[in-house]
Design a binder for this molecule. Structure first.
Ligand code: KG4
Ligand code: ZN
Length: 349
């Protein structure tokens, strides 16, 4: 007997991207993202402007995702949406929309933790690409989070290390601001680093307990260094921009990999994945491959489009939760902060 196909609509609105995706089992039929240019001139995401833009975008984005997938409304088996973590005003838009649509269609509703989504993006079908085997370690690096997650099964994950201050994405974006780049500056550091020498400058190296990270010392050390240098030469940043970008990127990459290597060794795990917006960074991607070769790891790097925020990752998480019968009711509400806890105990199943 052939396995029944499951079609999930995923909705993501945790920050400044409104996204909708249709998933048929593990295959993506559509994954549309409406970004918000409105924040660029403010040097960061402005929550009020983000929720207003989500309100404008959500209906056309969901509509287009359904059309592009070539399905009918009645084909959708369940709706998965991001409950949190993220900006409350933004989350409320996706949450209210998903609740109303599930009610209207009389189908199950699934509330998804955004961070589970980043990890489970690895289980989206991608022509011949292998999926991680359990247990694996996932370095999840985004604008709001930096974590090493021990993944025991699709729904059994545990954070074993995280940042005690800034996230890796914030470290990139805040440094980029100091270097005169618009928000979000992470991708611009990546671009300029390609022409620079990563050994040009050295910045503070944090020494954290266990598998935890810290990036605020690095940012302060860069700030003081730039203040000192620009007093001596007002054109210092312009004249050294590429080398500064390469050195900053190397420092952040070193901080991340020091802990991943330690965790892999101590836990005896050689399946290593990266996820989250910052995993789009080219040095982090190539470093993972390099370390993988050196240490005999199997490494997993998501497609660019599944690294940054997208609804496909919410839909795939919804698929696994749907199969496990984890549905929510109409009283569910958006939550800016959500603890990251295992959804099941896989050792008992
Ligand atoms: O996961 P994500 O799209 O949104 C959050 O949930 O935070 O991550 C966004 C973060 C931003 O800080 C952005 O600067 C960073 O990912 N980012 C990068 C690159 N592409 C995106 N950082 C460094 N290099 C990149 N290529
Ligand atoms: Zn994210």
């Amino acid at each position: 007997m052939s396995q029944k196909e499951t079609i999930i609509l995923g909705i993501e609105s945790s920050c400044d991207d409104t996204s909708a995706s249709i998933l048929k089992n593990n295959a993506i039929l559509s994954n549309l993202i409406a970004g918000q240019k409105v924040h660029e001139s403010y040097g960061g995401v402005v929550p009020e402007l983000a929720s207003r833009a989500h309100l404008q975008n959500i209906v056309p984005v969901v509509d287009d995702a359904i059309k592009k997938a070539g399905i009918a409304l009645e084909d959708i088996d369940a709706i998965a949406f991001t409950k949190g973590p993220g900006l409350l005003g933004s989350l409320v838009v996706g949450t209210s929309f998903a609740k109303s649509m599930a009610l209207a269609l009389d189908i199950p509703l699934i509330d998804v933790n955004h961070m589970y989504g980043h990890v489970l993006a690895h289980f989206i079908d991608d022509e011949g690409k292998a999926k991680p085997s359990f247990p694996f370690l996932c370095l999840t690096i985004s604008g709001g989070h930096t974590q090493i997650i021990l993944v025991r099964s699709h729904l059994d994950m545990e954070v074993i290390g995280s940042t005690i201050d800034d996230a890796a994405g914030e470290a990139f974006d805040k440094t980029a601001k100091l270097l005169g780049f618009p928000y979000p500056g992470g991708p611009l550091i990546d671009k300029h680093a390609k022409n620079g020498n990563p050994d040009s400058f050295e910045f503070a190296k944090p020494n954290m307990d266990g598998y935890n990270f810290s990036f605020s010392g690095l940012k302060t050390s860069i700030l003081y260094f730039l203040q000192k240098q620009t007093k001596l030469n007002p054109n210092f940043i312009e004249e050294n921009r590429d080398d500064l970008c390469a050195s900053v990127q190397r420092s952040i990459t070193n901080v991340l990999f020091k802990k991943v290597i330690q965790a892999a060794k101590e836990l005896g795990i050689s399946e290593i994945a990266i996820a989250g917006g910052v995993s789009a960074n080219s040095e982090i991607r190539s470093r993972l491959k390099e370390e993988g070769k050196k240490r005999n790891w199997n490494v997993y790097i998501p497609k660019f489009e599944y690294c940054t925020d997208n609804a496909a990752m919410i839909a795939i998480t919804g698929l696994y939760m749907h199969k496990a019968g984890m549905h929510s009711n109409q009283s569910v509400s958006a939550q800016a902060r959500i603890p990251f806890v295992p959804l099941i105990n896989s050792s008992k199943s």
